[in-house]
Design a protein around this ligand. Sequence first.
Ligand SMILES: [Zn+2]
Ligand SMILES: [Zn+2]
Ligand SMILES: [Zn+2]
Length: 478
Amino acid sequence: MKTSTIVAATVGTLAIATVGYALYFDQKRRNDPDFRRKLKKDRKRAQKLAKDEDKKKTTQSAQSVEEALAGIQDEEFPTSMEDREKYCMEQLSAGEALFTQGPEGYGLAAICFFKALKVYPAPAELVMVYQKTIPGEVFSLVMGMLSKDVQSKQEKYYTVFPPKEMNVKIEEKPEGVTADGQKVMRRGLVAAKDFAVGETIYSESPVISALDPSLEGKDFCHYCLKQIQNASTKVACPSCTQVVYCSETCQKSAGVEFHDVLCTKDTDEVDGAERNLAEYTKNSRNKVVQMLAKFLVKMVYEESVNSGVEYNAFDHMERLRYLEVASSPTEEKEIELLRNALGSKIPGIDEFITEERYLVMKGRLLYNLYGISTAKDPNRAVESSPERERSVRDGPISGAGFYRVTSYAWHSCEPNGKLDFAEGTNKVSLVAQREIKAGEEILVGYIKHDDLSTEERRLELFTKYRLRCMCPLCETTD
Ligand SMILES: [Zn+2]
Ligand SMILES: [Zn+2]
Ligand SMILES: [Zn+2]
């Protein structure tokens, strides 16, 4: 079961009426006018019925909402677009038939409307329709179910993530004690089995990554960040001269996930919003705003393909630690660039990118980014980024990536784990540097500290990551 990020965000406050909803770049909706027409017809019919709505109180209680939810917990929802449409229409008309019977039908009607919401490609929009067309009592029940559903999805997260095949678990670990004696906890990665020295624990591709802006468009792939050593294999974007790819596969993936929306197009008639964003990235060497643009487009793409993956990019990001980023003219400018570049293409994105949400997303990226080394040629090394990224800088850095699982790896000055970009792409492998036993925490280095004194190292870790290192090296040099 899957609930849209936007619906989840709105249910959180139940401010459905005022919500500037629908961050839903919704290919299905666009591609299927029939679906909308059918729904409109249904809405009209429902509106008529709602007029005669019985005002008697429903007997459905909050408890039966939970029961109802439990009842459909294991229900399999159809997966193909065609089946989902059929299913959705069936639930909508069944729900409508039920609520016209009066209060005794409200509970079952709510279940039907809830089920329809689970498969409808633009749930936020459907919620708006419900609000206008179904009896208030039924609407409250549906929202109650949705709210519970979102809550249980939140609670379930760490029981299904990370996936078993990654051989790690996320567990709470003590981080220290506050001045008044309160225990501080954090999350960390723990080995699910034993690993020998040099063994790969897992590999993962980033949610989103970006090249250092100075390498863009030359001999590094815009999608996987690989250095393209043979010019004949280079694939250009069909619409712009700003980016290149190592293969057609990368070009296609980048296209559907984010580049089709963010491409500068390099034509005269296009307005400059995408170009302004690209220029800003290049001139400021600030990748984060571009990465957030890619992130948001990819998140909406993931929701629109509705692949059955329960947690999307946003679900993964919203649980992570972040740095406090204060608003400044820089952030104001970045928000404007982002809204302009995406606003006309993703309905509702303007309202979604509030200043508060932007600052937190930026803080999450800055806290969790890793430097990526893909350059085969050491001469292609770039100056370390002005932005924060975790890296012990063993090799030249070519970009940065945001990873679902690796974000949870905690720092040690003497780590037992090491990040490796063995394929020369943004795919990272976590490799055991020492023998690691099941249940042991896996730690990596966030900073290179060979040239730093203990004090300098501590200061850097604290200012960059609010982190008081408790590794043996830091504990014994006290
Ligand atoms: Zn590539
Ligand atoms: Zn392009
Ligand atoms: Zn340390």
